[in-house]
Design a protein. Structure first.
Length: 328
């Protein structure tokens, strides 16, 4: 262990933050999955993309409906497994690859171009191009039932100098750029929920940063046990980490003591100073958990390495090489 108690206290706090962040993230992801937030944000983003404006237009909404009904997109929908959907509710995928989206969009446009060509010339549609169905790609783009999307894709087509592979690459990048914005919407939405979930967990478990830090500072045995667990986590990685077992076995002041138990005082503060300290301690924990488990795991690994407790023992090959060097 480190010979610096202050560093061990920091490691202990970071370890606690990591464990609780995992719990909060799992709860938040479960809520997002049940509520279908990813699919909803993706649908909102695609309608916005196809509208070409800040607000969704009737053209964009209608085109999105056609694309979502395409077999390429429906193949990405998770099976309902016998669950009944609400009236009017359609299954939406939570992720659509750029290649699949552009293929579905161009196929919908090709069907529209073919229909228009048949209406103008009952003998058949013009073929021989590089678009879907052998149609001319520029004609296919021009048949997209959205003026804004037509304008955007025709600009990409001209930038690609009419080369179909280059156009598809640019069109897929256009879609990916828009989805980056949608990812930002989703992260901001989830971050707000993470704050709420974190606040509930912190208050329910009484995770007071100030009190935990005081316990780690004044109780060397508890501090050593927590740092040992942090060391094990840093060495073995997250894949073998058991959150439930850790929470059950961790010997830190978690939970509320509403009554006097033995010689220990109750946790309900009864004066202005202790009330303020409790509020500050809880708020600090909520703010810490909002940073997420990946942040705390990276920080924990760095602190463990600095303390000297997280260095991996040399392998057999490394020891043999070292002995060979010493022998020469």
């Amino acid at each position: 262990m480190s010979s610096f108690p202050a560093l061990e206290v920091v490691i202990g706090l970071v370890f606690v933050y990591f464990v609780l962040s995992l719990i909060c993230s799992a709860v938040t992801e479960s809520i997002a999955s049940v509520r279908g937030w990813r699919a909803a944000k993706l649908e909102e983003g695609i309608k916005n993309l196809l509208s070409g404006k800040e607000s969704v237009t009737a053209e964009g909404r209608a085109l999105a409906e056609k694309i979502y009904d395409h077999p390429l997109i429906q193949a990405l929908v998770r099976p309902t497994q016998g669950k009944k959907k609400k009236a009017g509710q359609k299954p939406w995928p939570s992720y659509i690859p750029s290649r699949t989206f552009i293929s579905a969009l161009l196929d919908v446009a090709a069907a529209e171009a073919s229909r228009l060509e048949h209406a103008a010339k009952p003998g058949g549609a013009k073929a021989g191009g590089h678009g879907p169905g052998g149609l001319d790609l520029e004609d296919v783009i021009g048949a997209i039932p959205s003026a804004k999307v037509q304008q955007a894709l025709l600009a990409l087509y001209h930038d690609a100098e009419g080369k179909a592979p280059e156009f598809r690459h640019r069109a897929e990048q256009w879609y990916d750029d828009s989805m980056q914005r949608v990812s930002g919407w989703y992260r901001r939405h989830v971050q707000l929920v993470l704050w709420i979930v974190g606040a509930i967990v912190v208050v329910f478990l009484n995770v007071d940063t100030l009190k935990i830090a005081d316990t780690l500072w004044t109780d060397p045995a508890t501090r050593s046990a927590v740092v040992a667990r942090a060391d094990k986590l840093a060495q073995q990685g997250q894949s073998t980490f058991d959150v439930t077992a850790t929470v059950r076995s961790i010997e830190l002041p978690l939970g509320w003591k509403l009554f006097h138990l033995g010689n220990g005082p109750q946790d309900i503060p009864n004066d202005a100073g202790s009330i303020l300290a409790k509020i500050v301690g809880l708020i600090l924990t909520v703010a810490a958990l909002s940073l997420g488990a990946p942040f705390w795991y990276d920080l924990l690994s760095k602190f463990v390495r600095v303390s000297g407790s997280g260095g991996r023992p040399p392998t057999a090959d490394q020891r043999a090489a070292a002995e060979g060097s010493a022998g020469t």
